[in-house]
Ligand binder design. Sequence first.
Ligand SMILES: [Mn+2]
Length: 454
Amino acid sequence: MAPTRASLKGFLATAKKALLLPPTQRSNPLTFVVGNESADLDSLCCTLLFAYFRTHTPPHTLHIPLSNLPRVDLALRPELNAVLSPAGLRPDDLITLTDLPREGLNPEDTHWLLVDHNALTGDLAKSFSNRIIGCIDHHEDENVIPHTLPPGQPRIITKCGSCMSLILDYCKPTWDSISHLPCEAEDEAGSSSTPAAECDAHLARVALAPVLIDTTNLTSKDKTTDCDVRAVELAESKLLPSLQTTATITTPLTPSSSQPPSSSSASTTTTTTRSSSSSAEKYDRQTYHATLSALKEQIAGLSYRDILRKDYKRWTEGPLALGVSAVVQGFEYAFVNAGNKSRGGFLAALKGWAREEEQALDVAAVMTVSRPGGVFTRELLVWGLNEKGVAAVGKFYKKFGETLGLEPWKGGELDSGGEGEAEWRVCWRQKAVSQSRKQVAPMLREAMRESARL
Ligand SMILES: [Mn+2]
């Protein structure tokens, strides 16, 4: 039998099966690949492809791609469908936190590779922080990943628009080595084979999505690096063979503008059309990016709570907790188009999200990014919810207000409380638009560390 590889779908089915085996039948340790808890396209796609490529690299250890969110939250990410569908996948195929064995996993029986973050957070951190064997990430290095790792495991933490670009750099040799192989998948209907070009097109779609989104289609000067450009070139080169067979190719033997087409030219024309295939959807970089970002920016109709948890990260600094929600529309838009369409409703939802029984936050923050009238705009709302939280807000503003170009939002319409009071909520327009959550969250955490010492 000719050598083959797994399709993405087949790979996910195999990984899920391995995870769900009774503990006694499992081949331990289980090796997981996991992205950060915001579970954005970058994290979800990196998890999938890194696990796939590592599984196809000697010694061919099965790597389980774990999407770092509960299954129900997949529905909050409509852009994900637009990536999965041309990759021959459905949201159901993904492995989420909900799929982890109910009886729990013995940490000793697991290995973890982190992508798109370099410190585990949430419940996973409690059990598995000292089981990490490798990391590829583009956030600030939190220096918790050991510098000495098992042989052959990466510790790559470096700046780049998208973490996917680092993954592709690292996995290019593997991808190149399997590109000629058709995919084999087995399901209830038996086994089926997919041509090599189509398998690569599926992988390429998953690879391209986060790079295009994170670099605004390679146009963001602040974010795009050479590594991102290389990544898009690599992934598109893998798409090309499938596109050439997807299109109807008409090749006259003697292309010439001087001769009118004759009836005989029909016999020298080859026409290749393809059978139905999900990846046969035409790829155009511009269109793919526009489709994904339009879906990603859809928040109209969502509840405020869903908007706050859709792209959310939580950190603890000593006794204090910080939560930062990223929102892909401005506050004014959210007040008019989402939830119960009111400022009060939004602020109540944020307070509810921050309270003890939900996220138990001392500081809650919301960062918006939008383009009203074509102007790239960032807004930042920070809410200190108790004495230490209020002190942290004060420290943050004093230390970083100027760097971030913080100006009162609509003259301070959303502000309440203040220094020395029980709470302090303050909202700014953030003039330094190059500073995303990647930069602002570490600033807030620094302020919290300092106020925790008070
Ligand atoms: Mn990322």
